[in-house]
Design a protein around this ligand. Structure first.
Ligand code: ATP
Ligand code: MG
Length: 304
């Protein structure tokens, strides 16, 4: 769906990206992580031609973006900017309706869509007629998200979309994004500084450092013992073993033998971290999992 082939980007003396090769398949939510200045926003902006490569090619839906009209390309891709980028002299409703208006939707269809989106991102309908300057940072970010979703694009670029919201709203918006992704199969590139967010939401995580991709893989693989040290430290925080267990379903370590009758049970959908917590809580080294069992040694063997 999105491919970067030997892409480099130079701004005057700075090489922001050097020879990046990366593929993001259709329907994948791919998280881009890395220190400040590592090239995450630059990589994202190549997709909708806000940045041009100085070498290499960027393919979107199988076609080189260099041959595509930038305005049309941008209308077909939802983009949540790092700094929200709302139009300051347009109301919230007009901001959200930007792309539908450019696509020629009639005003009643736009109004309905705006109302639906305000509800989706949990904003009061009364905010529709406000100007962005009169919103809190978190409200403005939610308007930015609604604007990106307005014309139901198949590709979404999200540059730290939840940076300015409190932890509870952040959790809600994260759940909302997971729901949107699961329900629509959109291809999503998400820049985040929050390792937990990256590991929880994404099925592909890309770690950037000094303009180069240093790791690219499934969340659990990037906190495994054999993952590149930089990725493991960045994503695993101080507890890579526990982080890894939290990404693996308990089923992967299940033993078909039944557990003793008095063993505590682990609910369906639990992770190996949940299992470890349950064992710590109950002082038992075996749990019942469905018709089988889960043993402490089997859990520990998966933490590496
Ligand atoms: N328009 C520009 N002109 C000159 N240099 C730029 C420009 N945009 C980005 N850079 C430089 O390119 C490098 C990568 O920037 P980029 O914005 O991609 O980083 P980032 O990983 O998104 O960082 P952050 O986490 O702080 O947002 C930085 O050194 C930055 O200063
Ligand atoms: Mg950035």
């Amino acid at each position: 769906m999105i491919a970067f082939e030997n892409v480099s980007v130079s701004f005057d003396a700075t090489e922001a990206l050097s020879c990046v090769n990366l593929q993001v398949a259709e329907g994948v939510l791919c998280a881009l992580v890395g220190p400040s200045g590592s090239g995450k926003s630059t990589l994202m902006k190549l997709v909708n031609r806000l940045v041009e490569p100085s070498a290499g090619r960027v393919l979107v839906r199988g076609a080189d973006v260099a041959g595509q009209d930038p305005a049309r390309l941008r209308r077909s891709i939802g983009y949540v900017m790092q700094s929200t980028g709302l139009f300051p002299h347009r109301t919230v409703a007009a901001n959200i309706g930007t792309v539908p208006r450019l696509l020629g939707w009639d005003s009643s269809r736009i109004a309905t869509r705006v109302a639906d989106l305000l509800e989706l991102v949990q904003l009061d309908p009364d905010l529709a007629q406000r100007l962005p300057g009169a919103l809190s940072g978190g409200q403005a970010q939610r308007v930015g998200l609604a604007r990106a979703l307005a014309a139901d694009p198949d590709i979404l670029l999200m540059d730290e979309p939840f940076g300015a919201v409190d932890p509870i709203t952040r959790r809600d918006l994260r759940a909302e994004l997971r729901r949107i992704h699961a329900g629509t199969g959109k291809t999503i590139l998400l820049v985040t500084h929050d390792p937990e967010e990256a590991l929880e939401l994404a099925s592909q995580v890309v770690v950037l450092r000094d303009g180069a991709v240093v790791a690219d893989g499934a969340p659990a693989a990037l906190v495994a013992e054999d993952a590149p040290e930089f990725a493991r430290t960045l994503l695993g925080g101080g507890q890579p073993g526990l982080r890894r267990l939290s990404l693996l379903p308990a089923e992967v370590a299940r033993d078909a033998c039944p557990a003793p009758a008095d063993a505590p049970a682990l609910p369906e959908g639990a992770t190996l971290a949940d299992a470890l917590s349950r064992m710590a809580e109950t002082g038992r080294d075996v749990l019942a999992l469905g018709k089988g069992s889960l043993r402490l040694e089997a859990v520990l063997a998966r933490g590496r």
